[in-house]
Write a protein that binds this ligand. Structure first.
Ligand code: NDP
Length: 592
């Protein structure tokens, strides 16, 4: 087979689409949800119960009850840690799946590898792509199974963490007046949990109804996460943003609203989803250890590591499938540069399929053209949906493409694009979450380490850690994040690897009566250097990408090099952790 595309033309097109979206304000274009916008953060799902402030002490405090906190809690319980407390700002466990209940919410990495601890908890998802309520229920089941509700503080937001050197404890302040103490703290805040608003001129002026997708207002729209937004049948609705969230809720808005205006700056790539019910015979045949094997298989394939078999076999693993076919055909040299070139060709082929799919589905040729993504598949979060593109064939749905410029203005009545005002009853922000802002701003609390130094000060020029977990002068504090750590498309997989690693270290601390764990300065410096050295290929790739949160809004080479992930990929990162544990000498850590 010969390719039907011209790689040079595609490279040019990708470059020009990127260039027209580059903005001098980059990440500063977004505004923090605070002050007059603070109501966008209210928890619509729970009535917060009064409780007395806590001044007690625990061995381990875990901040965050999403998959990160749940996995850390589960693996610590397995390691015999009994005295632990999860602190969570939401009214229940679940993290992103607690907050994101918008219509159509579901995972789009297959649930058999995405939902953690399936074998441990004894649960099989009902479908290939589980819906948000099922994932939320699974989160609760994990919390029950590992007794994480015991001693938990829900609807509790940490406001400050301060290290008390005199008795080697962390003092945890919260919005409930608590001042708890903990020997060890695990920060599992989550990477995408602080909603953001676009700093569009006039955003504060809009007088109609509005909300962010992560706090869906079903009281206003009617219906639930399965759809049925009947209250919108006489409403003109606008939605800003066309990322993974919008792709899932737009079909429901299209069905429910009298009229829907979708304001687009950059189209997402929308591949086949092909959701289906779980085959009970297949599930019954699975052998113990199946989930780990399947997760490893998926993670290797999406990281570009060949596997004899593709167990998941979906749109995520397709691109590596294309790559392997090309390599078997003898295309490209077996050098890193040769493989990168072949990978680029496989990517062009994949994206040509994605663009052809738009043309096949969307009847209006102008709209179809505007919905075609012109960038490499992993420049932005790839999306998988079978109803999103057909929604644009509905007569009540209007795509307002801004040709990369974004919404021009928001007025009291609606949204302005190209000088034209679109009057709306309701405006929905599907504008995503803060990435790349200061750690403390995203976390919602500052961390004061030894001698009062703050994490914000220490990381002013970029993060500094050993293995992503520890940062000197912040003893007994463990970070679970993607920064200087492994990044996998299957996020919970990485969280589990980090949690197992953490449980190993804390188990050691517990068995040896350790009161202080801290990285050595040398280990931290060496790790930061590794991150910088490995960033080169990633930065080159990301620089060529259209802006978004994956590339710090078009500026990947800023301090994001240090805030980036382990550049050799998550399988290599997992190996580093495994080898470190196997060596048994806990090199790079100081204990007291
Ligand atoms: P994103 O950050 O991915 O999308 C934000 C959207 O808002 C983009 O389309 C962006 O355009 C648009 N936007 C921002 N400012 C403007 C403006 N001024 N004018 C017009 N449009 C604007 O947020 P999402 O909530 O969609 O997704 C966040 C992440 O959450 C995903 O990447 C994914 O990791 C995760 N997620 C996972 C899901 C799953 O597992 N199924 C489902 C949903 C989300 P532009 O692209 O031009 O910046």
């Amino acid at each position: 087979m010969t390719d039907t595309f011209d790689p040079d033309l595609l490279r040019d097109r990708y470059r020009s689409e990127r260039d027209k979206r580059l903005r001098s304000d980059a990440n500063e274009q977004y505004i923090e949800i605070a002050g007059q916008f603070a109501h966008y953060l209210d928890d619509p799902y729970v009535e917060v119960q009064e409780r007395a402030a806590l001044f007690d002490e625990v061995q381990v405090a875990i901040i965050g009850g999403g998959f990160g906190g749940l996995l850390a809690g589960a693996r610590l319980r397995e390691a015999g840690v009994e005295d632990l407390r999860v602190i969570e700002k939401g009214g229940d466990f679940g993290g992103t799946w607690y907050w994101n209940r918008y219509p159509g919410a579901a995972c789009d990495i297959e649930s058999y590898v995405y939902l953690p601890l399936l074998e441990e908890v004894g649960f099989m998802p009902s479908r290939k792509y589980a819906t948000a309520p099922e994932i939320l229920q699974h989160s609760r089941n994990i919390a029950n199974h590992f007794r994480l509700y015991e001693n938990a503080c829900l609807s509790t937001e940490v406001t400050d963490l301060t290290w008390d050197e005199s008795d080697r404890r962390w003092i945890i302040s919260t919005n409930r007046g608590d001042q708890m103490r903990a020997r060890f703290v695990v920060m599992a805040n989550g990477p995408l949990h602080r909603p953001k608003l676009p700093g569009i001129p006039g955003v504060e002026r809009y007088q109609g109804h509005s909300f962010h997708t992560s706090r869906w207002d079903y009281e206003y729209t009617g219906g639930d996460s399965t759809g049925g937004l009947d209250n919108l049948s006489d409403k003109v609705v606008g939605i800003i943003g066309t990322g993974a969230t919008a792709v899932q809720c737009v079909p429901h808005l299209g069905r429910g609203a009298k009229e829907l205006f979708v304001f687009q700056r950059t189209p997402s790539s929308i591949d086949v989803r092909a959701d289906r019910l779980t085959d009970p015979d297949w599930a019954a045949d699975l052998q113990p250890g199946w989930q780990r094997r399947r997760m490893d298989n998926f993670n290797n394939l999406v990281s570009g590591i060949p596997e004899a078999e593709d167990l998941v076999n979906d749109g995520w693993t397709d691109i590596i499938g294309n790559l392997l076919i090309r390599m078997r055909r003898g295309e490209g040299e077996m050098t890193p540069e040769g493989i990168a070139r072949t990978m680029e060709m496989a990517d062009f082929e994949k994206m040509e399929q994605i663009r052809a799919r738009v043309e096949e589905i969307v009847q209006d040729p102008v709209m179809a053209e505007a919905l075609k993504p012109w960038y490499r598949q992993f420049c932005k979060r790839p999306c998988f949906h079978d109803d999103y593109l057909p929604t644009f064939n509905r007569p009540n749905v209007h795509l307002i493409d801004t040709d990369g410029k974004g919404v021009q203005e928001i007025t009291e009545r609606g949204v302005v694009v190209d000088g034209k005002e679109y009057e709306l009853d309701c405006l929905i922000y599907a504008t995503g979450f803060e990435v790349g802002t200061e750690y403390a701003r995203r976390a919602g609390y500052e961390v004061h380490g030894r001698d009062g130094v703050t994490l914000t000060e220490k990381w002013a020029d970029g993060a500094s850690t050993f293995q992503g977990f520890y940062t000197r002068d912040f003893p007994n504090c463990f970070i679970i994040s993607v920064v200087q750590s492994g990044f996998s498309a299957n996020f919970p997989h990485m969280l589990d690897e980090q949690s197992k690693h953490l449980a190993y270290v804390l188990d050691h601390a517990q068995r040896h009566d350790v009161t202080l764990v801290e990285t050595s300065q040398e280990a931290e410096d060496a790790w930061v250097q590794t991150i910088i050295d490995q960033a080169q290929y990633n930065v080159k790739f990301l620089e060529a990408c259209t802006p978004g949160y994956y590339n710090n809004e078009g500026r990947p080479a800023d301090r994001t090099v240090r805030n980036g992930s382990y550049g050799a990929g998550s399988p290599a990162f997992i190996r580093v952790l495994e080898q470190w544990r196997a060596a048994g000498d806990l090199a790079g850590l100081e204990f007291a």
